[in-house]
Design a protein around this ligand. Structure first.
Ligand SMILES: Nc1ncnc2c1ncn2[C@@H]1O[C@H](COP(=O)(O)OP(=O)(O)OP(=O)(O)O)[C@@H](O)[C@H]1O
Ligand SMILES: [Mg+2]
Length: 312
């Protein structure tokens, strides 16, 4: 066993992990973990604002858009954890202030409520196919569990419905919002913006929030440092370099999924080879990039508002 005190380059809580054997450390690297970053902080603050608004006739909703793999689902799960409350012993209930559900592939009312019941862990979930009524128990449960925000992930699936199905569904959202005075957070790829267009009244109650692809700037620099801190390598990794950041953006198109995958692979390789750190050369290995697609439609993202350009 290696002495934990050695790993001063890692955050306190990760030092004991760095002392574990190779397989345990690789398992840690492959497990899902949340790495905080600037854009996520900003989006989370908007979500908390929506959460804090008092119940009223006209609730403000949010439409969170971002390319596939930017981290939208992980972010709304984080929001759900941040707003979770302890089990209510007196009522014998687990209240659910925020519920994250998945938009069904067929946007019918019955399937929507069924997905909602599934997200609420209701025993009645899955019964829609047998013709059981689902709207009433779902609405009752939302009241009972004191739900204030319903997050609908993959809202873009709504676009798979017929125009009529889409209109009916949006009316349903409007009804639920008025009836229960809860806020909705729609989540999806940028096309999801089209999903709300056919209902102007509802559209005006949604504010767009974006998780944009990474660009050169402080946010990316900071994210890479934090990402590296989440990897239990035994030696410090010199990853704070503009050249490395440029290479990462070129290869990933600024998509978080690609960045995370490359760091995970580089870290696993660093453990297997006994090198124990990652640097620019780790990412010059083509094996690291296997299957990482540049999926952004903007392959050379430039800094936006808050980000600034770095010197060569
Ligand atoms: N904050 C983060 N911390 C650590 N890893 C992250 C973070 N954000 C994204 N990732 C990585 O990116 C991957 C993709 O994230 P996620 O599934 O949330 O993307 P998405 O935007 O929901 O994509 P899709 O539109 O395809 O559903 C995650 O599995 C994880 O590896
Ligand atoms: Mg997702």
């Amino acid at each position: 066993m290696t002495a934990v005190a050695e790993f001063g380059h890692l955050p306190q809580d990760l030092r004991p992990v760095a002392a574990l054997d190779a397989e345990a450390r690789i398992a840690h690297i492959r497990a899902e973990r949340w790495v905080q970053h600037g854009a996520a902080d900003r989006v989370l603050s908007y979500l908390h604002e929506a959460f804090e608004q008092p119940p009223r006739e006209r609730m403000e909703n949010i439409l969170l858009v971002g390319e596939s793999g930017m981290g939208k689902t992980m972010l709304v799960r984080k929001f759900e954890r941040q707003t979770a409350v302890p089990f209510d012993e007196r009522a014998g209930l687990q209240r659910r202030p925020v519920v994250v559900m998945l938009m069904p592939h067929q946007p019918t009312e019955a399937r929507f409520f069924d997905q909602l019941l599934t997200a609420l862990n209701a025993p009645s979930a899955g019964h829609f196919a047998r013709g059981f009524p689902v709207q009433e128990p779902a609405v009752r449960l939302l009241r009972e569990l004191r739900t204030r925000v319903v997050v609908i992930d993959e809202l873009n699936s709504l676009l798979a419905g017929t125009p009529r199905q889409q209109r009916v569904f949006l009316q349903l959202l409007r009804f639920l919002s008025n009836e229960l005075r809860l806020a909705f957070v729609g989540v999806g790829v940028p096309e999801a913006r089209h999903a709300l267009l056919s209902d102007g009244q509802l559209r005006s109650r949604f504010t767009d929030v974006e998780l944009p692809p990474w660009s050169l700037g402080e946010d990316l620099r900071d994210f890479i440092v934090r990402l590296t801190w989440s990897l239990p390598l035994r030696a410090p990794s010199p990853v704070d370099s503009p050249k490395l950041r440029r290479l990462l953006l070129d290869r990933t198109g600024g998509i978080t999924l690609g960045l995370c995958k490359a760091f995970e692979r580089a870290a696993v390789a660093a453990i297997r080879t006994g090198r124990e750190y990652i640097d620019l050369s780790s990412f010059e290995d083509t094996e690291i990039w296997r299957g990482v697609a540049t999926r952004s439609r903007n392959p050379h993202p430039q800094p936006r508002d808050h980000a600034r350009r770095e010197p060569a």
